[in-house]
Ligand binder design. Structure first.
Ligand code: ATP
Ligand code: MG
Ligand code: MG
Ligand code: MG
Length: 554
């Protein structure tokens, strides 16, 4: 590609509103441009690298046995009503009406659409398992779009959905895709960890996030220095000491905030914390004591639970919790709580009041215990890891992927069933698996840069070689550079050829900023047949006879 014929609008200055390195450099090096808050155009270089990441994702997804397809981004509200999420998804879902006043959403995710599709196409256990995926723009009206591609309102996601006739089959696919994700993020050269996005106390096997370790990450992960334990801090709260008293017949009536005693961020009015007590998982609901908005959490929680649980589970939970709920915002935290509530269902029901945290084993009815708030706290650095191996350390992480066992949440709500060996209708068992492709691009940029610009990993770089003619007005230089461009292209290198009538300084600075792995400079020594090869990463340079170049590049 001749640089004079493409669009790489580099900037000398650091754009004012770009706070993090990846955002600054992707703008400065001409990879992306912002159109509106959280919405970006991928310019030619950005598009190339996006394609390279997509190829890695496709190869590994295909190898794991998933098949690619493409669903519409525009989804009818009816689908979301079927699953119950039209009412519960909240303001992140971009909603709109068509000319007939029918409601639609721009897909934030595709569980509903894929469930309805597979419901209509697959009727028998013989056709299962099936895993489909797509790479597509997703839309989320994020409260705080920021950090460029890291938190966009329109962003590229690979989303996959698996359908199974039994739990073992789901477990097997989950493991395969978990491994595929590890391979994908390794091939992207990222320093990452797979963390429990669910409490280890609950088994924690069915919900993992892939976190790129980075100071600018919005999540905190707690990990053990000498085992594989790693969890999103949201989920990694444990209690190390507690005072357990037996109480009988005590009602669980109110959920009150103990946040003066437990260090809860007052911005987050509602949080779930999962504590380990006697190896029993305990759900703790904490409500902030300040008003946020007028949405009743009662509705929010019941709706969220309805979304995540069977009808039986929902009524069980709400019977206990119906009075316990006051006004708070509908948020991701509510979702998290509902999720835990449902998972805890059947074993543990719990709540909290001024005294402490109460829980009961639903099968030992009415046998409550109290944990004093003073004895509860979030996991801290230096704590013993919950698996007993090693000490807890904290790190910041960027969530680039998330794998999740959905079970029958969507298939039951949307009546997606298959006939089993005995001809009985059963709900399909599902998994969902996401990768933020555009976020991954930014995470790579965040890890691969230096003072002069981006330094792409060799296998992902938008081009392999940057050929620069220092002075295009010099006939020898422009001719030799042009010949090399042609020759190396014949050798199947991907080449960016800087044929612009720019000063050498501008060309070199742009080249460093763009960050292709190898630069070949055709300058004054061209008349002697010598060109300079520079390795971007190390900065080392070699003078090479142009005839030897192809050998040297091997
Ligand atoms: P986050 O916690 O960062 O808001 P999420 O948990 O809401 O992400 P998922 O629903 O798990 O996201 O979506 C799958 C993947 O899509 C995420 O792991 C992430 O890589 C990516 N992703 C989610 N939201 C965004 C966004 N606003 N911009 C870019 N990528 C995103
Ligand atoms: Mg989110
Ligand atoms: Mg998340
Ligand atoms: Mg997630």
């Amino acid at each position: 590609m001749k640089q004079s014929q493409t669009l790489i609008p580099t900037l000398r200055e650091v754009p004012a509103d770009a706070e993090v390195k990846s955002h600054q450099l992707l703008l400065r090096a001409g990879f992306i441009r912002q159109n509106a808050s959280g919405m970006y155009s991928f310019l030619p270089l950005g598009k190339k690298i996006l394609q390279n990441i997509e190829s890695v994702v496709r190869e590994e997804m295909d190898a794991a046995g998933a098949v690619e397809m493409l669903m519409p981004a525009l989804q009818s509200a009816e689908l979301w009503e079927e699953s119950g999420r039209w009412g519960t998804y909240g303001p992140e879902l971009m909603r709109m009406k068509d000319r007939h006043n029918r409601e639609f959403a721009l897909g934030a995710t595709h569980e509903e659409m894929v469930t309805s599709l597979i419901r209509d196409e697959i009727k028998s256990y013989k056709r299962l398992p099936l895993t489909v995926y797509q790479i597509q723009s997703k839309f989320r009206d994020e409260k705080r779009p920021r950090f460029g591609l890291l938190r966009g309102r329109e962003f590229l996601m690979k989303d996959a959905y698996s359908f199974h006739s039994n739990q073992e089959s789901l477990d097997a696919m989950y493991d395969r895709l978990f491994q595929a994700y590890i391979t994908i993020f390794r091939r992207c050269g990222l320093n990452f960890r797979a963390v429990l996005a669910d409490s280890g106390a609950m088994g924690g096997k069915d919900n993992h996030e892939f976190m790129v370790l980075s100071e600018i990450g919005e999540d905190t992960i707690a990990y053990s220095d000498s085992s594989n334990y790693a969890a999103n801090l949201e989920m990694a709260a444990v209690v190390t000491t507690y005072d357990q008293k037996e109480h009988s017949g005590q009602e669980l009536t109110r959920v009150e905030t103990p946040h003066q005693k437990i260090d809860v961020n007052p911005e987050e009015t509602l949080k779930s914390m999962l504590f380990m007590a006697d190896e029993q998982p305990v759900l703790v609901l904490v409500r902030g004591d300040h008003e946020v908005n007028d949405v009743k959490v009662k509705n929010a929680v019941s709706a969220q639970i309805a979304e995540l649980a069977t009808a039986e589970e929902t009524s069980k939970w709400l019977n206990v919790q119906a009075d316990s709920i006051g006004p708070v915002k509908v948020s991701d935290e509510v979702r998290v709580i509902a999720d835990h509530a449902v998972k805890a269902m059947g074993d543990i029901v719990c709540g909290a009041n001024e005294e402490g945290v109460h829980w009961t084993n639903a099968k030992l009815d009415r046998d409550f215990s109290v944990m004093q708030f003073e004895d509860l706290r979030f996991i801290q650095e230096g704590d013993l890891s919950p698996d007993g191996k090693g000490t807890i350390l904290f790190a910041k992480g960027i969530e680039v992927g998330h794998v999740f066992k959905l079970g029958t949440r969507y298939s039951e709500a949307m009546n997606s069933t298959f006939l089993d060996e005995n001809g009985r209708a059963q709900p399909m068992i599902m998994g969902s698996y996401g990768i933020g492709v555009s976020r991954t691009l930014a995470a790579i940029a965040e890890q691969y840069n230096d003072d002069n610009g981006l330094v792409w990993p060799v296998n992902l770089a938008p081009y392999d070689l940057h050929v620069i003619a220092v002075n295009m007005k010099d006939e020898t230089q422009s001719q030799i550079a042009g010949e090399l461009y042609k020759l190396l292209t014949d050798y199947r290198y991907q080449i960016l050829f800087d044929d612009r009538m720019e000063r050498a300084g501008v060309k070199f600075a742009d080249s460093d900023l763009i960050g292709l792995p190898v630069r070949i400079t055709v300058g004054k020594k061209a008349s002697e047949g010598i060109v300079e090869v520079k390795i971007r990463k190390t900065g080392e340079t070699h003078d090479v006879q142009k005839e030897e170049l192809t050998d040297k590049l091997q």
